[in-house]
Design a protein. Structure first.
Length: 98
């Protein structure tokens, strides 16, 4: 009788040192790495990790999320904040009366 063909060991894509480099990477702007956005996504972080040599091959966004979870960090989706070209926007938004 044959056993399962499923791998019995899991090899983490990020060791402890690489995980810390990932954490440091996410504290910097993606623009510093030639990206056209200022907001990190899991997939973008995965792409920059391989470009910066943190990982030897491309990993998935889920792998990045799981690594952050292992570090005790929770990934939250970035929010797009709405602003207005109105020069009085901040005063109006703050509820100040004239």
């Amino acid at each position: 009788m044959r056993g399962s063909s499923v791998a019995h060991t899991i090899h983490r894509a990020f060791d402890a040192g690489q995980a810390e480099r990932l954490r440091a990477l996410l504290h910097r702007s993606p623009r510093l790495f030639g990206q056209a956005t200022s907001v990190w996504t899991l997939e973008l972080a995965a792409a920059v990790c391989v470009a910066e040599g943190i990982t030897p091959e491309r990993v998935t966004g889920e792998t990045v999320r799981a690594t952050l979870a292992r570090l005790g960090l929770r990934w939250r989706r970035a929010k797009n904040w709405i602003t207005s070209p109105d020069p009085e926007y901040l005063r109006k938004k703050g509820g100040a009366t004239a």
